[in-house]
Design a protein around this ligand. Structure first.
Ligand SMILES: *[C@@H]1O[C@H](CO)[C@@H](O)[C@H](O)[C@H]1NC(C)=O
Ligand SMILES: *[C@@H]1O[C@H](CO)[C@@H](O)[C@H](O)[C@H]1NC(C)=O
Ligand SMILES: *[C@@H]1O[C@H](CO)[C@@H](O)[C@H](O)[C@H]1NC(C)=O
Ligand SMILES: *[C@@H]1O[C@H](CO)[C@@H](O)[C@H](O)[C@H]1NC(C)=O
Length: 412
């Protein structure tokens, strides 16, 4: 886990922070066909709102190429842009057709609530250009079993494990694809943390397949280079996105919620009476007024996001949506898309033990740094939103991009 202060100066090159040498290899090939000219690389340590990195590609034949601005929130903007284009053109996924959609298979349970990321993925993959009906064209295979739907039908955790195992085994016996790689080109999607545990009956599903999960931490056996962190997004959002509203962000920091983890208990105990940090030692009751909780996100500079029963929390994407800088206070959380996005440029990542110095750490961030973080935050909002049908660079496409990076497997 990275424990970082907001950056005083940007890394001069963050190529090597990208994981996956395969990606780098693929990109180098691409670059050899393309001249890149990088303009206005930010060199000053002072945040400069106008200093977007402009990637300007000029084809060899001098044809006019679309110019697209990608900001510095990416580790490697030009690699991301080029590889994303490649993904749009070539990436294909085969969705196994087996299983009754009226039980746990194929279709989402719903597109609302805490686990809506799972529902959106199930829906979006069908609406997208990535789906193929020809398994021979497929880079990856999707195992369309929804743990959230099982929960909806009251299935116990033990039974879930059996159902997942039986389903995957049936695919393994019926089709030749699983055995070619022992599941390495197969993936499974769950936002409910019980769903992660439901894969445990099938060791190859844990060890070899790609598990796309909302609770990416070591205690559920998350393997960062193989698995994918799914952002937990509570959609639909109750209020519009924040941005261009700095004058209203007069309060330093905010948190209100259940004290269902050690870090939350400490957070509440240490800061509950503070006059600058707005820390409630309980949830804000709906009886106080409509959307009082959500409106607080508009008035604060920083929104504290401690882990709850799991490392993840929909509060992080709420903060992003409402334009409040998320303060990640959760050890061992492999943050969503952190191999693409540089979280230090739009959030504050602390260690749990920093909770005692929380106020000083936030006050140490200068106003201009805060403005810079906020501006970057508004830029990443699109990556943490689901749409139906999906649109370019949204949460669905970011997850697909992570899968695209993991498509290289050896088949026997
Ligand atoms: C679990 O499975 C058993 C056997 O199929 C069934 O009898 C039982 O009702 C199930 N329990 C739950 C909670 O799903
Ligand atoms: C895949 O391997 C398993 C275990 O070795 C075997 O039982 C199954 O029949 C194989 N599937 C196919 C389609 O050959
Ligand atoms: C700031 O807050 C006021 C009062 O709640 C609101 O009317 C106004 O629209 C807000 N300004 C911005 C830019 O959001
Ligand atoms: C906060 O105030 C309450 C009520 O006055 C008091 O009981 C509690 O001990 C205070 N907490 C801290 C950390 O000072």
């Amino acid at each position: 886990m990275l424990a970082v202060k907001p950056p005083q100066s940007p890394p001069s090159s963050s190529m090597f922070t990208l994981r996956g040498s395969l990606l780098t290899l693929a990109i180098l090939t691409l670059i050899s066909f393309t001249f890149l000219s990088l303009k206005s690389l930010r060199s000053s340590p002072q945040p400069q709102p106008s200093s977007n990195l402009v990637v300007n590609t000029v084809g060899k034949s001098n044809e006019k190429v679309e110019k697209e601005e990608l900001s510095e929130v990416y580790h490697s903007p030009e690699i991301f842009r080029l590889n994303y284009e490649e993904m749009e053109k070539r990436f294909k996924v085969y969705v196994y057709p087996d299983g009754d959609p009226n039980t746990f298979y194929q279709t989402p349970r719903k597109l609302t609530g805490k686990y809506s990321s799972e529902g959106y993925f199930f829906q979006n993959i069908r609406e997208s250009r990535f789906r193929t009906d020809d398994p021979d064209q497929a880079d990856l295979f999707f195992i369309p079993i929804s743990c959230h739907k099982m929960r909806g039908k009251g299935t116990s955790y033990e039974n879930m494990t059996v159902i997942v195992k039986d389903y995957v085994e049936s695919l393994m016996f019926k089709y030749p694809y699983w055995n070619r790689t022992l599941g390495a080109d197969h993936f499974f999607v769950t936002c409910h943390d019980v769903g992660v545990r439901a894969t445990e009956g099938m060791p190859f599903l844990v060890k070899n397949s790609i598990r796309v999960v909302c609770s990416p931490s070591y205690d559920v056996g998350f393997i960062p280079h193989k698995d994918v962190a799914l952002p937990q997004v509570l959609q639909p959002f109750a209020l519009p996105a924040g941005g261009n509203d700095l004058q209203n962000r007069t309060n330093l920091g905010f948190w209100a919620g259940h004290r269902n983890s050690k870090i939350r208990v400490i957070l509440a105990r240490v800061w509950e009476n503070d006059t600058e940090l707005d820390i409630s030692n309980n949830r804000i009751s709906r009886a106080i007024g409509p959307l009082v909780y959500q409106k607080r996100f508009y008035r604060n500079k920083y929104c504290i996001c401690p882990g709850g029963s799991q490392v993840n929390s929909a509060r992080i994407t709420d903060s992003i949506h409402y334009g409040c800088i998320p303060v990640i206070l959760s050890d061992y959380y492999d943050l969503p898309f952190n191999d693409i996005l540089d979280w230090r440029k739009f959030s504050v990542v602390l260690r749990e033990r920093d909770v005692y110095e929380l106020k000083q750490k936030l006050k140490d961030i200068s106003y201009s740094e805060f403005v810079w973080l906020h501006m970057n935050l508004v830029e990443v909002q699109k990556h943490f939103q689901w749409n139906t049908p999906p649109i370019k660079y949204d949460a669905f496409h970011m997850v697909m991009y992570e899968l695209w990076l993991r498509r290289h497997v050896i088949r026997y």
